[in-house]
Design a protein around this ligand. Structure first.
Ligand code: PLP
Length: 364
């Protein structure tokens, strides 16, 4: 058995800046600077510049980002929110925790992104939000969704927890055409911190003013609580570390896309389909669809190659949602759940490891 090929290695990714992290930590300790403050607003400003959005609001994690984004809209109970059947559970939890109704739609088999044909079918007078997910770093065409919506008053929130720095096929930044975009800084994300963290971006000043209060117990100014909020602040130390890491995000995204290109041209096996990614995807995961996944998993284990499954169960089949989406069939989401396997796509994955992975896959 050769050396292990890791799925993801944040230690290796960041080791060049560990000393700077320690300096940053000492500075926070020295100044007793732990809650909101300058480093959070500095990171928010830099994230706005990076995403070309007017406003960024840090919060505790990506799940909260989605929860707060929906809460900001102040929708009537049971308003319908259209959401894909293949995503991480948080996307759907944020809807239910706002007392809104998730309306699941299937995804495309070739790219795992929300099917716009299905979205069109599900829009009715109760539809208030469409919540597409930029899954695996592939980017949904929001302009097409806007066309489908037409003059109806339906908001769009992009779940971009897996797509920091992604652009649509016309090179427009995430958030340009949607009302709000939500990000996670979970350690394994394209931009990850050392714990939990999240961000909401928007170009709408009213949403910004509301979100800046909602995330901090309803308060922008000390002891002035203007609305019922929650405690979901972006941790101050994490904000400082993220600010430093943001500088290498574009470079790391480029490294990811180079690895993805290598996989795409090198994997040649009839039992394996590679997922199609949009033009300016940021390859959070590199997902293949494989026949007899369990057999391949055994071979990967034998070769000491780590892998991921994103996700083994489609939303409609999760235990906690079974009663909600009882009689619905989501053929593509379920197919992807049963056949998907994510290959290592750490930006620093060596060429020799990439070659070994392809060799193992091609001999399967
Ligand atoms: C698509 C998607 N949405 C939401 C989240 C939630 O983010 P967090 O784990 O920071 O709460 C994640 C990440 O875990 C995600 O992948």
């Amino acid at each position: 058995m050769g050396k292990q090929i890791k799925f993801f290695d944040i230690y290796n990714q960041d080791k060049k800046i560990h000393l700077s992290f320690i300096k940053i930590l000492k500075n926070h300790f020295k100044k007793s600077d732990f809650i909101l403050g300058k480093s959070v607003s500095l990171f928010e400003n830099n994230f706005s510049k990076f995403t070309k959005s007017k406003y960024s609001i840090g919060c505790a994690n990506g799940t909260d980002a989605l929860y707060l984004a929906l809460k900001t809209l102040n929708l009537p109970k049971n308003s319908e929110v259209i959401v894909p059947a293949m995503t991480w559970i948080s996307t759907v939890l944020s809807i239910l925790n706002n007392n809104l109704k998730p309306v699941l739609v299937d995804v495309n088999k070739n790219d795992a992104l929300i099917s716009l044909k299905e979205v069109k079918k599900k829009i009715n007078k109760n539809t208030k939000v469409i919540l597409p997910v930029n899954l695996y770093g592939g980017i949904v065409n929001i302009q097409k969704i806007k066309k489908i919506i037409g003059k109806k008053k339906i908001f769009i929130i992009e779940d971009s927890a897996q797509a920091h720095g992604g652009k649509d096929n016309n090179a427009n930044n995430i958030g340009k055409f949607s009302d709000l975009a939500c990000y996670s800084f979970y350690p394994g994300k394209n931009l990850g911190c050392y714990g939990d963290g999240g961000m909401i971006t928007t170009n709408n000043k009213k949403f910004y003013e509301k979100l800046i209060r909602l995330r901090n117990l309803g308060s922008k100014f000390k002891h002035k609580h203007e609305m019922i909020g929650v405690n979901s602040r972006l941790d101050t130390i994490q904000a400082s570390l993220l600010n430093l890491k943001l500088k290498s995000l574009s470079k790391n995204n480029l490294k990811r896309s180079k690895i993805a290109n290598f996989y795409k041209k090198t994997i040649k096996n009839k039992k394996i389909d590679v997922l199609q990614y949009s033009k300016h995807a940021v390859y959070h995961q590199y997902v293949i669809l494989v026949k007899n996944r369990n057999r391949l998993i055994k071979i990967l284990d034998k070769n000491n190659i780590q892998y991921g499954i994103h996700y083994p169960i489609s939303i409609n089949k999760l235990d906690c949602f079974k009663n909600i989406f009882k009689s619905k069939n989501f053929v593509n989401a379920e197919f992807i759940a049963n056949h998907c396997l994510s290959l290592p796509i750490d930006p620093y994955l060596s060429i020799s490891d990439q070659k070994k992975i392809c060799y193992v896959l091609n001999s399967y």
